[in-house]
Design a protein around this ligand. Structure first.
Ligand code: AHR
Length: 855
């Protein structure tokens, strides 16, 4: 499920681009401390770790060697390779009835039998590599690498591991190396292990003068780096000739988080610790589900010495060594004071992949496996799995407080399964809170109705930019049930590049809605957490890293700020945004025509303002005004017709800039899935808004925003069409574009409207320990917001108040490797606080104000 798309279109700019001048906003925020709202859950902010985009392997897990066990060219269990794709066994899909198999496949990108390893020779030396399954070290690591060194005595023979896009060697630091060698007897001579720069400069080295003859022997040493290089490699240099076999070659910095052996990369683990998360959800996501049921993860395979862990194939396209296993995860939770939230597989693989599953009548061992996992974490040392935990070095129970029954499963069939898990877990572990999954979106009746008992339900919310502004009442409107809500995955990830300030503003408003509704939303976690920028599987992630550097996106700082300033109880808060003297034209820009997996024809296009025609074309006369961007656009005598297949096909009216106007045209669908797309407010050919009539396979209509050419996010809810658009019939379409409002008519009937929301938001609450009033405010406009704060009931407020502001120069601002702290919170003192005072909120800012009660 790679969702990155290459943008290969030209970028036609329109004069209006970047020219919108925002009028200064004015707002009144009224707070009534006497009116308490929902209490705020102390567990509101947690984190979600998934093995995606090398978040763990080559990321949080500090191992520096990639493919240490020479197992990474293995096909995932239960698959075969066909025409470059891995194909799961075609057994039925859990959600396809009756008993249908999915036809899902996935490209197999592994090209070498020993990924990440290469050889280098000079002079007369030769070195040949082969993967062998003979004489395995143990069953968990069935393959090893056979290395034959031959040739004359001159020249070098080297075996190189590239790490995860390099290794971070730091001068003065020490690295623990361990590896297994089998020397059948022919090899004589020394073996040197080193860290080297790509050009061969040695940064650290250790010589093993001779290797014992015979079966597998473990060697260890410490490599002391005397120079730094964030893109170093690991090298074995052969001083002799003959044959050696290698397995489980492992290299760890000694400086792991809390210096734990087999531990975590310190900078990344510290970012997470600094968030002070209430809990850690682990190990996924889709990862929990697997591409098929045979390859799904099993916590039992992640315990014990690293050479006994066979690894798990991540649905995100690579093998995890399971070095960051269940025990290490529980230890990390304890180390940072977070509760553990363990997600287990319910005998069903990912429904977007093969969806294969274990039959209902064979579920007992799967349920037992979940119970065993809980016993491992919290069972007494006298129990089977508690005893193993003690043997693995941790006699005391770990802080496991939650389990989740699968990931993104849903529907009545899952509900039946969930009931069986719930009953077994509740009976044995009454204190564990059990989380039901709800599919990829909102909590849904179809899943809930068959569930007998519920503690928490897990809603997932990946949204487009500004969605939280237009749906600020999302949780307010939720019908409460006999369950609490966990928003297990949320992020603004459409229309925000790789995660800019616009994303943070939307995320902040979303978090404020959760806090305001914390009687319902007790827990939440942003997703995904980590991305190795060398293998990006998801467009927007919280913490970015490569081998030697890392930075947190601005949203990370918003989450941290909100968690650090989490009150105990909400207070009644209203925001009144005062209308500006003159409205800004929010939809200035060009116009265009489009299709999505559809062939359509357009004609009689006209733009009119106050009775004056600004533009008119029947394409026969002014066809050259229109510039095709994507698609096959054929201009006829009186129309323009799109005939190609594909998404986001677009033609634009060149150099057009309109502010407020009425656009009329006629449209006819000739073939395909959807119907008509009318782009407007075009800033350039990759960034615009549009009316989409016949979205969702010709069943709905919606206003959408497009950014980066292909990223589409909904501005309004999808509204069902009374009836689908009929083929080969002309429809008339009218778009009425006003300063901050746009309406779309089909055959003179109003289809949908969109109004730019007021972009100033606030909530407040009381910190009961200190008596402080905490006010969270977002100004998502591009201008200062002159704000009047009114606190009802004449409280005695200290005139000095602490204001923390997270503000960026523009919506597109992002932190980066070069400028990791470009946008981070800044503290300042407000000197005029009282029960009515003025405060300026800078453009594009998230603010927390702490008012002290003088008494
Ligand atoms: O966070 C990325 C993916 O999004 C998760 O694996 C899955 O649960 C969700 O669909």
């Amino acid at each position: 499920m790679r969702i990155r798309k290459k943008i290969i279109v030209c970028c036609l700019a329109f004069a209006a681009s970047g020219n919108v001048v925002f009028a200064q906003a004015k707002a009144i925020i009224r707070i009534d401390p006497a009116k308490e709202g929902a209490r705020i859950s102390p567990t509101l902010h947690g984190i979600f770790f998934e093995e995606i985009s090398h978040a763990g392997e080559g990321g949080l897990y500090a191992e520096l060697i990639q493919n240490r066990g020479f197992e990474d060219s293995r096909l995932p269990q239960g698959t075969t390779l066909q025409n470059g794709n891995i194909v799961p066994e075609r057994t039925p899909h859990f959600m396809l009835m009756p008993e249908q198999a999915s036809d899902w496949t996935m490209p197999w990108t592994v090209r070498s039998p020993w990924p990440a390893w290469t050889s280098r020779t000079t002079g007369q030396s030769t070195l040949s590599l082969s993967l062998t399954a003979d004489h395995p070290l143990n069953e968990a690591t069935p393959h090893s690498l056979e290395v034959k060194v031959s040739g004359k005595d001159t020249g070098k023979a080297e075996l190189i591991n590239e790490g995860f896009w390099g290794m971070n060697a730091i001068a003065g630091d020490e690295y623990n190396l361990s590896f297994y060698v089998r020397n059948p007897g022919t090899y004589q001579g020394a073996l040197t292990a080193s860290l080297q720069s790509k050009d061969g400069k040695v940064l650290a080295a250790h010589v093993f003068p001779a290797l014992r003859k015979g079966e597998w022997t473990k060697y260890t040493c410490i490599l002391h780096a005397d120079q730094s290089d964030p893109a170093a490699q690991f090298v074995f240099s052969f001083g002799g000739k003959g044959t050696l076999w290698f397995d489980i070659v492992s290299l760890f910095p000694q400086k792991t988080f809390k210096s734990r052996p087999n531990g975590l990369r310190a900078d990344l683990a510290q970012y997470i610790a600094d968030l002070k998360p209430a809990f850690i959800r682990w190990p996924g996501g889709c990862y929990v589900e697997g591409i098929n049921i045979q390859s799904a993860p099993d916590w039992k395979r992640t315990l014990g010495p690293i050479e006994t862990r066979p690894g798990t194939f991540s649905p995100w396209g690579y093998w995890s060594s399971d070095g960051f296993g269940y025990h290490e995860y529980l230890q990390y939770c304890e180390d940072i004071g977070a509760a553990a939230l363990y997600v287990f597989n319910v005998g069903v693989s990912c429904e977007f992949r093969s969806g294969t599953f274990i039959q209902d009548d064979s579920l007992a061992p799967v349920i037992q496996n979940a119970l065993d996992a809980i016993e491992y974490a919290i069972g007494p040392v006298s129990s089977k799995w508690g005893k193993l935990r003690a043997k693995n070095g941790h006699a005391a129970p770990f802080p496991l407080k939650y389990v989740e029954v699968g990931n993104e499963q849903h529907g009545p069939r899952y509900a039946q399964r969930y009931n069986r898990f719930y009953e077994a877990i509740r009976k044995k572990y009454p204190a564990i809170r059990i989380i039901a999954s709800m599919g990829i979106a909102d909590v849904n009746r179809n899943t809930l109705k068959d569930m007998q008992q519920l503690d928490l339900v897990d809603e997932h919310a990946y949204k487009g930019v500004n969605w939280s502004f237009t749906h600020n009442d999302h949780f307010d409107n939720y019908k409460r049930g006999n369950w609490d809500m966990y928003v297990g995955e949320y992020a603004t990830n459409g229309g925000v590049g790789t995660g800019n300030m616009a994303a943070t503003l939307s995320d902040a408003v979303y978090m404020m809605a959760m806090e305001r509704n914390s009687d319902l939303v007790k827990m939440s976690s942003y997703a995904p957490l980590l991305v190795n920028v060398n293998d990006v599987s998801w467009p927007v992630n919280l913490i970015n890293f490569d081998a030697g550097h890392s930075f947190a996106r601005i949203s990370y700082y918003a989450i941290k700020l909100f968690n650090e300033n989490r009150p105990d109880v909400n207070l009644a808060t209203t925001v009144q945004v005062l209308p500006p003297a003159e409205k800004t034209n929010q939809f200035s820009g060009g116009i265009g025509l489009g299709t999505w997996d559809t062939q359509s024809e357009y004609k009689d296009i006209q733009v009119e303002k106050n009775g004056k025609i600004l533009y008119k074309s029947d394409f026969g006369n002014r066809g050259s005004d229109w510039q095709p961007i994507r698609g096959d656009w054929k201009k006829g005598d009186s129309s323009i017709r799109q005939t190609a297949a594909g998404a986001q096909l677009l033609v634009v009216l060149k150099d057009s800039v309109f502010d407020t106007y009425t656009l009329t045209l006629k449209a006819r669908k000739t073939d395909g899935y959807n119907a008509f797309i009318i782009p407007f407010a075009i800033k350039d050919s990759n960034n615009y808004l549009r009316a989409h009539i016949g979205s969702y396979v010709n069943s709905h209509c919606v206003f959408e925003s497009v950014s980066g050419g292909y990223e589409v996010s909904d501005l309004t809810d999808q509204r069902p069409l009374n009836q689908p658009i009929v083929k080969d019939r002309w429809y008339s379409i009218r778009l009425e574009v006003q300063a901050d409002k746009v309406a779309c008519y089909l055959d003179e009937k109003l289809l949908m409207e969109y109004k730019e929301p007021d972009k100033v938001f606030a909530i407040s609450g009381r910190d009961e320990k200190t008596g402080d009033l905490l006010i969270k405010m977002v100004n998502a406009t591009g201008a200062d917001c002159n704000t009047t704060l009114q606190i009802a009931g004449n409280p005695l407020i200290d005139k000095e108040a602490l204001l923390t502001t997270l503000a960026a120069g523009g919506e597109k601002s992002e932190n980066s490797f070069e400028h990791p702290t470009a946008t981070v919170p800044a503290n300042s003192l407000v000197h005029n606080a009282s029960n009515e005072f003025q405060l300026n909120l800078p453009p594009y800012s998230v603010n927390v104000l702490r008012l002290k009660d003088k008494r």
